[in-house]
Write a new protein. Sequence first.
Length: 411
Amino acid sequence: MSCVILQIGQCGNQVGQQFWSLVDNSLIRHGYSTDDADNCFTLTNPSNNQRYYRSINIDTENKVINSLFANNNKFLKFNFRPCNVITEKCGRGNNWAMGYYQGRLSHRDDIFERTMQEMRKEVERGETFKGCAIFHSVSGGTGSGVSSRLVELIRDEYAKECLISFAVTPFENGDTPLQDYNSLLALSKIHFHSDAVVLISMISNNKPASATTSTFNDLNKMIAECIAGLTFPINDYENNYLNEIMLEKIAKTFNTDYANKFVSCNSTSQQFKNWGDGVETLLNQLETFNKNENATQENFKLKQLLMIGRGNLQLNKEPLTKSFINKILTNYFQSRRSTMPISLLQSEGSSTSLTMAFQSNISKIYLEKIFKNSLEKFAVGAYVHWYERYEATVEDFHSAFKYIQNLLSYM
Ligand SMILES: Nc1nc2c(ncn2[C@@H]2O[C@H](COP(=O)(O)OP(=O)(O)OP(=O)(O)O)[C@@H](O)[C@H]2O)c(=O)[nH]1
Ligand SMILES: [Mg+2]
């Protein structure tokens, strides 16, 4: 695949660590050799035989990355390239403007210049470059603001390669009063420049009393499984074919129309007896998720579905086929389901998992919520000066409102 992963901010780096642990452990279980891994997510340096993850770790403070790296020897098999670790000492205080403009910070633009410089070098290290994925939150100052600026710079420099964002949305209650503004400002920029934005929603509406790194671990494992389910390469032994460019596949499936670039995703790797059970597990997960997003089964609408099955493709002598998936979905949605396109990819291996990525009205419900919450605050001028302090202007808000409102009218 030859892609580069950018991990941005605390959330992006913590999710990234779980993702690399899956690359270490299950890429091989999914039937790939270490050379295959090298074609996709890692690179071996021939001079010292060290294998490096193809990632760039970016954070505006070094605490999180330092503590992750302190544990890496226990946790991960390979190495992060030291020059690809880009940190500063001043977090962006949950403020999009502070991340995007860097405001009055002395190292103006530094983090962007350094990231793009290392990105160029990383791209040149591989034989081909097909695109990149970014992991980030949309409510932290770094995750929202630095990511917004980076997608502009990446798109400017790599106009044709694909760019997929894995954007973690916040708990509905309990993060910061700026979270809706940050999400609105970030998603308008990131949606514009990316081929697809995979919205990764917090599973529960309410933030646990103490959402510490360790409580995030389980959540991050689930998030990493979704990302791995979508991005790990597809093996087709019959045709001796290795699809190295899953990011391109995601872009082709979902970037068919500007209004359809928001994607949701869920995945299961629990033991299931047959593929039917796997599909049912995903649909049950969806039910819980929809409840949290205030979508009832009645108003939930699927528009486009990409299903990826990995493992024993004849599980219990019952192959996973499009018509089989269609039958289960029709049964589940009954008359409410229109005929929506289904893409199916399958990959033979010894470890079983099923992942689905889909466009649905859940993204619209989520966007409407942040739009409405932000507009209510903006109408009374709440917190706007916190952004103006770091060079943002009301124009930034106006253009984000306009962009999202226009998008909503097409969704
Ligand atoms: N799923 C998940 N969410 C996280 C994690 N860490 C933080 N968050 C969420 O991310 C949002 C805050 O973003 P962070 O990533 O902490 O912030 P940041 O990007 O480092 O930005 P600043 O610290 O403001 O500079 C909140 O909604 C948190 O609940 C994590 O490891 N996993
Ligand atoms: Mg931070």
